[in-house]
Write a protein that binds this ligand. Structure first.
Ligand code: NDP
Length: 449
């Protein structure tokens, strides 16, 4: 077991996030390897951590002043054992191969859990859409697609959005793909409604996260009613996590962005949430403006001298990290436990460090890892692909009901597998083993490829 981690360290030293994601899975699946000696003979572990293909390319673009810039484009096609590669594109200055490999790796397991036929991939660029004009973003997206189009297609690889890639970027990317290929196909998900998008896709990750949290609470005969919730981030996942918590009677007291966080003791109600949506999705402003609009609330800038995030030290019952990887460290986790938070449901991918996860498991709180709790987004992407293939659109209620059913199934699968492996209530073990077995069994069926 340590062999595979040592091999990865020596082959690709410095891929910190990727090694972290693999280590977490490897820790859980040892009993499966012990039960199935054929897995070791077939080197499934060695194969599953090696991307089937990585595409790395130059994406030059011209700003509004005529200056040329060069960014890097990536697509990590991780595993296609159970379907075409599927996973988002991230545009953020921090993007590098380690982050995309970790995201693609997580995506393989997550997609398997949805029960839909999707393999795993992830891509993006170190391009930062923040502060760029719509025209600059369009020129960058066009340049990015001018290269990526060679490698994707509705039966090959179907990208979607992620951090920094929303409806605007998906539109520009799709427009360029259609022009080059001269075909109108479901090559991307997260499209706008009037040209192939699915109802509920924008809401799906956040709503799914809260459906998953409700299922976890139900195992202890609890609901979200009157629960005080900490939410981080203020983008797509945070907005719709907040919306669903409000619908289910909970109270959200925090939101954040990469500059700082707000604390609203009265709670972010529907009207305030609409303000945040306009602020972030239309005006592309900063969360700090929330306290200018609602002066009885509190804002704090990110303080780089602190080794913890004060957002996670606010009194609450539940926590929903919805911003980015490793946003909850050991100290944050201890603060959550001190304040008696008894549920953490991850809207973001790998938001908790390894040490933080160990603390949640030791305290036996309800802990929903991202690959299960945030699988609703890709699940509805899968439903968007199905609707595109049939050239029809399902009504809102139908998609929402399917999403609810899928999240319920994922929850049940995690519970059943955890019990089977002697770890009842451990959703990390449940999600990792269920995803792993489904993918490696398909790999074995398909031979050494
Ligand atoms: P958005 O770009 O819509 O929002 C991201 C939010 O997180 C913003 O508020 C952003 O702040 C904040 N953020 C980003 N980087 C950092 C950082 N380094 N420190 C603090 N805050 C940060 O992205 P999404 O909401 O789509 O994605 C959020 C998370 O959810 C990611 O981990 C993503 O991988 C995951 N996810 C998303 C899915 C989807 O369907 N969109 C599906 C499954 C998982 P700022 O505005 O300052 O950048």
């Amino acid at each position: 077991m340590t062999d595979i981690l040592e091999l990865m360290q020596s082959r690709d030293p410095g891929e910190r996030e990727f090694h972290q994601a693999v280590e977490e899975v490897v820790d859980s699946i040892k009993p499966v390897l012990d039960r199935n000696p054929e897995y070791r003979r077939a080197a499934v572990l060695e194969r599953i951590v090696e991307p089937e293909r990585i595409i790395l390319f130059r994406a030059p673009w011209t700003d509004d002043q005529g200056q040329v810039h060069v960014n890097r484009g990536y697509r990590v096609e991780m595993n296609s054992a159970i379907g075409p590669y599927k996973g988002g594109l991230r545009f953020h200055p921090s993007v590098n191969l380690s982050i995309l490999k970790f995201l693609a790796f997580e995506q393989v397991f997550k997609n398997a859990l949805t029960t839909l036929p999707m393999g795993g991939g992830k891509g993006g660029s170190d391009f930062d859409p923040k502060g760029k004009s719509d025209n600059e973003v369009m020129r960058f997206c066009q340049s990015f697609m001018m290269e990526l189009f060679r490698y994707i297609g509705p039966n090959t690889d179907v990208p979607a959005g992620d951090i920094g890639v929303g409806a605007r970027e998906i539109g520009f990317l799709f427009g360029m793909y259609k022009k080059i290929r001269n075909e109108f196909t479901g090559v991307l998900t997260g499209k706008s409604l009037n040209w192939g998008g699915s109802l509920i896709r924008p809401e799906a990750t956040g709503y799914g996260n809260v459906y998953f949290a409700s299922e976890m609470l139900a195992t202890r005969e609890k609901t979200l009613e009157n629960k005080i919730c900490l939410v981080s981030g203020s983008g797509n996942v945070a907005q719709f996590t907040t919306e669903k918590i409000l619908q289910l009677g909970g109270k959200v007291v925090t939101l954040s962005d990469s500059s700082g966080y707000i604390y609203d003791e009265e709670g972010v109600d529907t009207e305030k949430l609409e303000f945040v949506k306009r602020l972030k999705n239309v005006r592309r402003g900063r969360i700090k403006e929330y306290v200018e609009k609602y002066p009885d609330t509190h804002y704090a800038d990110v303080d780089p001298s602190l080794d913890y995030n004060p957002l996670w030290d606010r009194k609450a019952d539940c926590a929903f990290p919805c911003a980015t990887q490793n946003e909850i460290n050991e100290k944050d986790a201890m603060h959550l436990m001190k304040n008696e938070v008894n549920l953490v449901s991850e809207g973001a991918n790998m938001p908790s460090t390894h040490q933080a996860v160990d603390i949640f498991l030791d305290h036996k709180i309800l802990y929903g890892p991202g690959k299960a709790a945030n699988a609703g987004g890709v699940a509805v992407s899968g439903l968007e692909m199905a609707q595109n293939s049939m050239r029809l659109n399902w009504p809102r209620e139908e998609v929402d009901n399917r999403l609810k059913t899928i999240m319920k199934q994922i929850h049940q699968t995690c519970c059943d597998v955890a019990v089977d492996f002697g770890e009842p209530g451990n959703y990390v073990v449940g999600a990792n083993i269920a995803g792993f077995v489904k993918v490696v069994d398909a790999m074995l069926d398909q031979g050494v490829v």
